[in-house]
Design a protein around this ligand. Structure first.
Ligand code: XMP
Length: 323
């Protein structure tokens, strides 16, 4: 019979058999899948695992701390944090086009992660032969199956390494669906904030600022987003909505009246949606009192924001994210 206990026991044995006395690397994204995969591998091989977290500066308030503190506290994993905030901001400077932003963020992410892999290889030697990935069953079905290897090219001038390094993949979640992954994560003692996390795009807040991404705009959006999340959680709506992107229209200003005078500030968009699989979605009919509280708090507490608007578009025609 299927129990989380059995799944964990089986996977721990399989991981031990696969990795032996070699070492493994796992990239953490802040999401559920990579966290649960890492926790499973950590349980199996302990300090033979090194986790890597690239802090690109595009996460929401508290999320990096969740990985740095809560994940480490729950698992005891070795974690290497790469602070790449400046690098991502530099690469994104002057860019407004959504697809270009996505490409830049994806490219920089791979570069920074590969660099970290190379550093770990240099520190720990050729025993580092495995790469852990949080691939789920639906991912495999969609991509036509098959497991394999990952390549990095050592064109980064670190020196002393072969030209092409191959990792064998460890994919302990290959047989699981999302809800099963959450159960396994919970059983492994990961905190709810990680295990029950709603979907969040890899490019993070970078694609929730319509316009150029800057440090100031990210900080502003982080505040507004934190308020919306806090109020949705307080109202007990986390399980009801699929996710609620909070978007900053950085290139739009409108006139408002706040405090002693007129202001010319930015609008924040709330995009709460309900969905089964993100392929289609409907806008969530949130209680007016909750919307009112979010709006009042954001306009009072976040400087430069004088308007909160609600996105009432289903998908299609609107995507869930604005970029
Ligand atoms: P859209 O905006 O296409 O989003 O309706 C569908 C779902 O996918 C998420 N999303 C992403 N997730 N990397 C991700 O890991 C991405 O680049 C990305 N873009 C969108 C989005 O949050 C929604 O859940």
């Amino acid at each position: 019979t299927w129990t989380t206990g059995n799944v964990i026991e089986e996977q721990v044995a399989a991981i031990r058999a696969q990795v032996g006395d070699k070492r493994a690397i796992c990239g953490l994204s802040g999401g559920v899948d990579s966290a649960v995969a890492a926790a499973l591998v950590q349980k199996a091989i302990g300090s033979q695992l090194t986790c890597v977290y690239v802090d690109h500066g595009l996460m929401r308030k508290g999320e990096t701390e969740q990985v740095e503190k809560d994940f480490v506290a729950a698992t005891g994993a070795n974690l290497k944090v790469v602070d790449a905030q400046e690098r991502f901001l530099d690469a994104l400077a002057g860019v407004s086009d959504p697809e270009t932003k996505r490409k830049i963020i994806g490219r920089e992410f791979i570069r920074v992660f590969e660099q970290a892999q190379l550093e770990i290889l240099q520190e720990e030697g050729p025993e580092v032969a495995f790469l852990v990935q949080g691939t789920l069953y639906p991912d495999i079905v969609e991509s036509g199956g098959g497991t394999g290897t990952a390549n990095i090219k050592s064109h980064h001038n670190v020196g002393g390494l072969p030209d092409d390094i191959e990792f064998e993949l460890v994919e302990p979640l290959r047989q699981l669906f999302k809800d099963e992954v959450r159960m396994v994560g919970q059983e492994l003692g990961l905190p709810d904030e990680i295990v029950q996390r709603q979907p969040f795009p890899g490019p993070g807040l970078g694609i929730r600022i319509v316009g150029e991404v800057t440090k100031e705009r990210l900080d502003l959006l982080r505040e507004a987003d934190a308020i919306a999340r806090e109020e949705l959680t307080a109202a007990g709506l986390d399980r009801e909505i699929w996710q609620c992107p909070v978007v900053l229209l950085a290139d739009v200003r409108s006139v408002g009246v706040q405090g002693d005078g007129r202001t010319y500030g930015h609008p924040i968009v709330l995009r709460p949606v309900s969905s089964e699989d993100a392929m289609t979605a409907d806008w969530s009919r949130l209680p007016y009192e909750v919307l009112a509280r979010i709006s009042t708090r954001i306009t009072n507490e976040v400087a430069d924001v004088n308007r909160v608007v609600l996105d009432v578009t289903s998908k299609p025609p609107g995507t869930i994210e604005w970029e």
